[in-house]
Write a protein that binds this ligand. Structure first.
Ligand SMILES: Nc1nc2c(c(=O)[nH]1)N[C@H]1C(S)=C(S)[C@@H](COP(=O)(O)OP(=O)(O)OC[C@H]3O[C@@H](n4cnc5c(=O)[nH]c(N)nc54)[C@H](O)[C@@H]3O)O[C@H]1N2
Ligand SMILES: Nc1nc2c(c(=O)[nH]1)N[C@H]1C(S)=C(S)[C@@H](COP(=O)(O)OP(=O)(O)OC[C@H]3O[C@@H](n4cnc5c(=O)[nH]c(N)nc54)[C@H](O)[C@@H]3O)O[C@H]1N2
Ligand code: SF4
Ligand SMILES: [Mo]
Length: 714
């Protein structure tokens, strides 16, 4: 690390809130995180992860040299030339021996827009492979699929967070911002201070649920029935907005018929939520003039996640609560660049600008920007879990950037075995993650504060994350890695290492697409503290030769598009401008409890660890707060097992067995246990999870599987 002389305004490396922070020179010669009050999303507030983020910059916890695997199986330091040659050689060999689809690529929603864009281009142009996907598939893909189906466009929140305190009621479904986005909790507190109400739907009485006016605690995996039951009551009580339905939607008759089959008493039986609570929720939601439904991973990470989100959207549409001021449906996206990471081409079926790989016009547009023949672009490939499952079969070599699937993928022991069965695994990371430890070559890369790049936060606000310090010796950026690999594989041009140059190309590639960034520049981002997409470039003046337009003198120039904080106010992004109801009915989870596996397991997060823990498990303060895995269970279940607080208990599913200390609480349903997924080893929650996939989004069922719980006797 090299000392900087003044504070640099930037953004947190972790979650999708992308809190603003300053990096300031510290006494020890490094940097520390300090408050930055001018960013409207967090107004200076940070959670513990953000506050300690600078610790992961230290070379004490970092990789600072490439590692290569020797003949005896150990990883040893090596030079960059050797490491890059080995990866390029393995990719070239796989392609020659087995065809381009033998090369797999796996990306991450934490990567900047520039990296995600370049990774997708690298796969399609340099490798010619269709086999690319990323961890965002495990994150918000069901909400994205449902949003696209209903509105013709997927942007996590179609309005700024600042609208929340001014609406009348918010239903938060399977979302625990008190732990997962603490600075955002203020918006919900202010909502209640302003007289609005908060309803939380979660099988656990979380810190978020504790703040709610009404907490509904359904059995995991039954949100679809719950939403349909609420819609049934809305219809039965005459609370639909018929004029809105007529004017702005299609498909109501079918959706209505499906909802009417979900009687409150049936819904109570399926979900465990008493009918009076259902009625109270409908009353709170329908009484005010405006209301919102926000979902997160609870209802989305299910094998019916797309239909489940569709049912919650139906509830909003039937009551006229989308595309109107202070009303709407939104998904709280998770990763730092969870929104932008899903727009620019690292997803199996996608081209930059949120274009479809199967759309001939999109292929022509992007191929022209890339200077290649549209017919040379491969078609859609496999989804994340399917890709991981195919490793070692037809996919022989994998390049992985920005994910740690050994800890975070469902049925993780199987995924680990698949990773080991590859001919060659290359991992780019900032630390030696559990997945990097399996690689044949590990490349140490720069991270957030050491490089400039853009991310797009959960509101669709594109942000500039500035470089604040020099990286340690020995590391290179992901963009440099892709540039070097492309050159070694015969593509000398088109893989710049300067992020702004990449962004300029991304602007052109996204122009005219659903996620249009063409009117956004680094300069605007710096001046305006973020710009909401879509933000098209001003049309070129007619009658002039098309020379590059000079940059506007100021972002406030009159022909500059202001960006789009709020979507759908006039029309939806569908062909006819109307939102589409989803004709959905409840169905059971992929795995329901039975005699052998009588309990439900659900999984999620704690405030002091992030994701697979690769970064946060390297910070002492965070480890002290959240030292390891645990199994949250109800006193009645604990008594049946004879387990006391802290006793090791085993959780066993059809995929495997995990052991962790018991944490006993009345805040969870007696038929359910909860495990956070941040740790590898014996307490790894994903040893247990079910990779059953949603038919549309291909999201695995992280949030519900059948298990048995056993006391562990010494
Ligand atoms: N501290 C911390 N913050 C994070 C992250 C992190 O790892 N750690 N990760 C970031 C990322 S990538 C994401 S995606 C977000 C996730 O943010 P959240 O979605 O808020 O996080 P989760 O804990 O996965 O799930 C939320 C809640 O869903 C509940 N739940 C479980 N099963 C069900 C169900 O069947 N129905 C319903 N309605 N609820 C259910 C759980 O009890 C849990 O409280 O957090 C982001 N922020
Ligand atoms: N059981 C269960 N499993 C889950 C979930 C759940 O709720 N329950 N949630 C799922 C969700 S929502 C998500 S998002 C996934 C996330 O799970 P992962 O995909 O494993 O996410 P991370 O742990 O953030 O992994 C990111 C990796 O990239 C590295 N990294 C950070 N910055 C950079 C960079 O700039 N370049 C490169 N090359 N590497 C970098 C980090 O060090 C880390 O090793 O987990 C999923 N798994
Ligand atoms: S809430 Fe998210 S973005 Fe904000 S400081 Fe915490 S981890 Fe970082
Ligand atoms: Mo996520």
């Amino acid at each position: 690390m090299q000392q900087q002389t003044s504070a640099t305004p930037t953004h947190c490396p972790y979650c999708a809130l992308q809190c603003g922070m300053n990096l300031t020179p510290a006494a020890d010669g490094g940097v520390e995180v300090t408050e930055r009050a001018d960013f409207p999303v967090n107004r200076g507030a940070l959670c513990g992860k953000g506050r300690t983020a600078h610790e992961v910059l230290s070379s004490r916890v970092r990789l600072t040299s490439p590692l290569v695997r020797t003949a005896d199986g150990t990883l040893v330091p090596a030079g960059w030339e050797e490491a890059l040659d080995r990866i390029a050689g393995a990719l070239a060999r796989a392609r020659v021996e087995h065809g381009p689809d033998a090369c797999g690529v796996f990306g991450g929603g934490g990567l900047t827009n520039e990296k995600a864009y370049t990774l997708g281009k690298f796969a399609r142009v340099v490798l010619g492979t269709s086999q690319i996907d990323y961890n965002g598939r495990f994150c918000m893909s069901s909400a994205a699929a449902a949003g696209t189906r209903a509105f013709g466009l997927d942007r996590g929140l179609p309005f700024p967070l600042a609208d929340i305190p001014r609406t009348g009621c918010v239903i938060l479904v399977g979302s625990n911002p008190a732990e997962t986005m603490p600075p955002s909790l203020r918006y919900f507190t202010e909502l209640r201070e302003n007289g609005g109400t908060l309803i939380v739907v979660d099988p656990r009485r979380t810190k978020t649920a504790e703040q709610a006016d009404l907490h509904l605690a359904p059995r995991p995996g039954t949100d679809l029935a719950l939403a349909l039951g609420l819609l049934h009551l809305v219809v039965a009580e005459g609370r639909t907005d018929e004029a809105y339905i007529q004017e702005r939607t299609t498909g109501w008759e079918e959706a209505r018929a499906a909802a009417m089959a979900h009687w409150p008493e049936y819904v109570e039986r399926v979900t465990g939520v008493p009918v009076p609570q259902l009625r109270e929720a409908v009353r709170l939601f329908c009484a005010p003039e405006s209301a919102m439904v926000l979902t997160a991973r609870g209802p989305e990470q299910q094998a019916k996640g797309t239909d489940t989100v569709g049912a919650w959207i139906n509830l909003c549409l039937a009551t006229g609560r989308v595309g109107r001021p202070l009303s709407g449906y939104g998904c709280l996206t998770g990763q730092g660049n969870g929104q932008g990471g899903r727009e620019h081409g690292q997803k199996a079926d996608q081209l930059p600008g949120y274009r479809k790989l199967t759309d001939p016009a999109a292929r022509r547009h992007v191929a022209e920007v890339w200077g290649v023949d549209p017919d040379s672009l491969p078609g859609p490939g496999r989804s994340a879990y399917e890709l991981l499952d195919a490793l070692g079969t037809d996919i022989r070599t994998l390049l992985l950037m920005g994910s740690n699937p050994v800890v975070s993928a469902p049925r993780a022991a199987h995924v680990e075995e698949r990773l080991r069965s590859l001919d060659f695994l290359a991992v780019c990371d900032v630390v030696l993650s559990e997945t990097a430890a399996l690689a044949d070559v590990v490349l140490p890369v720069t991270q957030w504060a050491e490089e400039t790049g853009t991310t797009t936060n959960l509101e669709g606000r594109v942000l500039l994350r500035r470089r604040a310090l020099s990286p340690p010796d020995g590391v290179r950026s992901d963009l440099e890695v892709l540039h070097e690999l492309a050159a070694r594989l015969g593509v000398e041009k088109g893989f710049p290492t300067d992020p702004e140059e990449v962004f300029e190309e991304l602007r052109r590639a996204s122009a005219g697409g659903p996620a249009d960034y063409s009117g956004i520049t680094y300069r605007r981002l710096a001046e305006e503290n973020g710009v909401f997409w879509p933000c098209p470039a001003p049309p070129e003046p007619t009658g002039t030769v098309s020379a590059p337009a000079p940059a506007p003198a100021s972002a406030s120039g009159s022909d500059v598009h202001p960006g789009t904080p709020r979507l759908f106010l006039d029309r939806f992004a569908t062909e006819d401008g109307r939102a589409r109801f989803a004709p959905v009915s409840h169905r059971p989870s992929a795995e329901e409890p039975d005699e052998a596996y009588p309990v439900l397991l659900t999984t999620g997060r704690v405030v002091s660890q992030y994701q697979s823990g690769a970064q946060t498990r390297r910070v002492d303060e965070l480890n002290a707060a959240a030292p390891g895995p645990f199994v949250e269970l109800h006193p009645r279940l604990a008594a049946r097992l004879g387990a006391a607080e802290g006793d090791p208990v085993a959780v066993v599913s059809r995929r495997g067995r995990a052991v962790a200390p018991a944490r006993i609480t009345t805040g969870i349903r007696p038929d359910t246990v909860f495990m956070p997924f941040h740790w590898p080893g014996e307490g790894r929650a994903n040893t247990l999870t079910n990779p059953a996939l949603d038919p549309t989004s291909r999201m695995p069922e992280f949030k519900v599987c059948a298990v048995r719980v056993e006391a562990v006797r010494p």
